[in-house]
Design a protein around this ligand. Structure first.
Ligand code: AMP
Length: 388
């Protein structure tokens, strides 16, 4: 592989569509290999804007604004880093010969729970929770009675737990319906899923190029209200469970195709593995790899984008804890005790220009002999951060 020079004819540009904390780390890894980085988001001074060579703030739902940037910048690679992107623009860009990572179809299928669920359960025949798609309260009631309680209700287009709730009985359905309806950005559907009382859930980071597919050691995580709060790696799995998890991840990522890293989310119950969903990009629970692997999920993503070899190793077991703001501020200040910057712990501060209660502002990373030990420490350390 030949590496050109940024701002020269030989240089290659990557365009990040979405510039949050994950995009920021992707940008840094791209810069380390001499790529020119252009970061786009809906607001100025988003985390990846702070490190990119150039940045834009546009309406990410507007195809013409996205296409204008693509046509003028002519990036070698377009990396969608969030789900809330105008998909028509990506399809159009691909038609015009631009390289979308992993590809526009994979982004389209995974941005809508219906697309990926139908692919996984109906085309690939993978085990998932029971599910139905509904539009009205009556349809929800009918489907929930069929699937059984408790059940999980989510907008088909949503992330970070927005609009998601669990109904324990039929009486709770109207409230769950309202919550999902109020959160969804468009008039699209809801998914109702049977609740899987899993023993644990994991993200299997799966990185692929045309030449190879590799799996990072499994990452266990804890979610609150549908949003990640802690993750740790490696999660030791029984041999059969690990093989099954990898087989599922391989089938799903092969079906989606393209180059890059994928976060395959799986539930494990009584040694059975259920497919939940997949991100065709780095995963928030995978931030733990910033401390555990010699090539983080972000570094591996860029390597895969470029078609480079995907070798890496686990340096240590470790954990991550997301720090969420406790207050609203247009000039956030995080108060982080010195002890968090220790021999086996550090913090990444995202630099978001404003905070609101529950917004993810930083991540605490810890290393230890086991993921579980690292998790205990990460929980303790994150509790000592404050913000205003
Ligand atoms: P999702 O946005 O679909 O990844 O859901 C966020 C989190 O909610 C998951 O990581 C699980 O912890 C929980 N969850 C979602 N769907 C189910 C389900 N069918 N059964 C049990 N837990 C679920």
């Amino acid at each position: 592989m030949k590496f050109g020079t940024p701002f020269k004819a030989s240089g290659a540009k990557i365009l990040l569509l979405g510039s949050g904390e994950l995009g920021k780390e992707v940008a840094i890894e791209a810069l380390r290999l001499g790529l020119e980085v252009i970061a786009v988001d809906r607001y100025q001074n988003a985390p990846a804007h702070l490190v990119a060579n150039r940045s834009y703030a546009i309406d990410m739902k507007d195809a013409s604004q996205i296409m204008k940037i693509i046509r003028s910048e002519k990036p070698a690679f377009i990396l969608p880093e969030i789900e809330a992107i105008n998909i028509e623009a990506l399809i159009e860009a691909e038609k015009e010969g631009f390289c979308v990572i992993p590809n526009a179809r994979a982004v389209q299928l995974t941005m809508n729970r219906k697309g990926i669920r139908k692919l996984a359960a109906e085309e690939l025949g993978l085990k998932t929770s029971r599910y139905a798609f509904v539009r009205t309260l009556e349809e929800l009631q009918e489907a929930a009675n069929r699937i059984g309680f408790p059940c999980v209700i989510k907008p088909v287009m949503s992330s970070s737990g927005h609009g998601q709730s669990v109904a324990r009985s039929a009486a709770e359905l109207p409230e769950c319906f309202e919550r999902a309806k109020n959160a969804r950005g468009d008039a699209s559907e809801l998914i109702v899923e049977g609740f899987v009382p899993f023993d644990f859930e994991i993200t299997l980071l799966t990185v692929r190029t045309e030449k190879e597919t590799r799996f990072c050691p499994p990452i266990a995580h804890i979610q609150e209200d549908g949003d990640y709060v802690y993750s740790w790696q490696p999660m030791e799995l029984k041999e059969g469970v690990r093989r099954e998890a990898e087989a599922i991840a391989k089938r799903v990522t092969d079906a989606l195709g393209g180059r890059g890293i994928f976060g395959v989310e799986l539930f494990v119950k009584d040694d059975e593995v259920y497919f939940s969903e997949v991100s065709p990009r780095p995963h928030d629970t995978g931030m733990v790899t910033l401390i555990t692997q010699n090539q983080s999920e972000f570094a591996l993503h860029i390597r895969a984008v470029l078609g480079l070899p995907l070798g890496f190793s686990l340096l240590s077991a470790g954990a991550s804890a997301a720090y969420k703001a406790q207050s609203d501020s247009s000039d956030p200040v995080l108060d982080i005790p010195d002890e968090l910057f220790g021999e086996r712990s550090f913090v990444r501060v995202f630099g978001k220009p404003s905070s609101h209660k529950g917004r993810r502002m930083a991540v605490v990373l810890t290393a230890d002999e086991t993921g579980e030990k690292a998790l205990e420490n990460a929980k303790k350390l994150v509790a000592s951060i404050k913000d205003r």
